[in-house]
Design a protein around this ligand. Structure first.
Ligand SMILES: Cc1ncc(C[n+]2csc(CCOP(=O)(O)OP(=O)(O)O)c2C)c(N)n1
Length: 285
């Protein structure tokens, strides 16, 4: 496949992930939409091109793992998992409602394809370290990915895990930072300055690189390098915008966890439909 078609296919899947997120959160009337939408391009690349998983056998022991440490972004993974056939797409509309099997935050015991229960920020990287250590002890080539939030990095446990992973040379571990520069109460610079995450993780002994979080081919190349990396853990910093480039969500002063009334959902869907037209994706009315 040439690069143009490759980009198109990955962007189309990212768009479908975004549509699933908006439909799910709008059906509930609101939720963690900002930092969820911005993961679409990364998840498109990971699920379409790399992650070795089996939708018909989610607990397959030979799978690659994905821990979403910022568990409030679960709906992004749910949308990708539904599109990949882990469970019926219609379930997305039950997100976070009474009796649902799709809680707002990632839940390994309820959602096929979710590898770690998260939501209390700061714990996922430690879980991922444990999984990576497991792959080493069992001599497999499985990979472990861990999605982190930049606000989440204010939790000290991350830095203990970062030191542990470097000390043990956990080469199967790749952390992916959603660097949208915003958290719940404002920007990182206002709440707790993170500085340059690439330099910070390098100082801990990791490989680390910055990638445009919208550029599916750049993400593809970074993930490809992650699959080949030897000797040390790696960090991919996704340079993103909170709100996933949907203008009416992105422009809100705080889009972390918001009510999504029908009017806002309609505006978001109108934009996504225009994107679908541009990319040649069929969307149900
Ligand atoms: C231990 C813990 N403290 C506080 C919270 C409340 N909380 C939920 S999301 C959030 C902000 C997270 O910001 P960030 O990691 O940047 O997420 P993103 O902006 O990417 O959604 C906070 C403080 C929590 N879930 N867990």
């Amino acid at each position: 496949m040439n690069e143009r078609d490759e980009r198109l296919e990955l962007e189309r899947f990212a768009l479908r992930i975004r549509i699933g997120i908006v439909e799910a959160i709008a059906a509930k009337g609101g939720g963690h939409i900002g930092g969820t939408l911005d993961l679409a391009e990364f998840l498109s690349v990971l699920y379409l091109r790399f992650l070795r998983v089996r939708p018909e056998e989610p607990d397959w022991a030979g799978r690659d793992y994905l821990v979403c440490s910022k568990g409030h972004s679960g709906p992004a993974l749910y949308s990708a998992l539904a599109l990949q056939g882990f469970f019926p797409y219609e379930l997305l509309r039950t997100l976070n409602r009474g009796g649902t099997t799709l809680p707002g935050h990632c839940d390994r015991t309820k959602v096929p394809g979710i590898d770690a229960t998260t939501g209390s920020l700061g714990q996922g990287l430690s879980i991922a370290c444990g999984l990576a250590m497991g792959t080493r002890l069992s001599h497999t080539d499985q990979k472990v990915f861990c999605i982190l939030g930049d606000g989440e990095l204010g939790e000290g446990q991350n830095w203990e895990a970062a030191a542990f992973a470097a000390h043990h040379g956990l080469e199967s571990l790749t952390a992916v930072l959603d660097w949208n520069k915003m958290q719940i109460d404002g920007s990182n610079d206002e709440v707790l300055r993170l500085g340059d995450p690439v330099e910070k993780f390098k100082a801990f002994g990791w490989d680390a690189e910055l990638v445009d979080g919208k550029d599916v081919l750049a993400i593809r190349d970074a993930v490809s390098r992650a699959y080949r990396r030897k000797g040390r853990p790696g960090l991919i910093v996704l340079d993103t915008v909170k709100g996933g480039n949907i203008p009416c969500i992105q422009e809100l002063p705080n889009n972390h966890c918001i009510g999504v009334p029908a009017q806002l959902a309609d505006r978001a869907m109108e934009f996504l439909r225009s994107e679908a037209k541009r990319l040649g994706v069929e969307v149900a009315e």
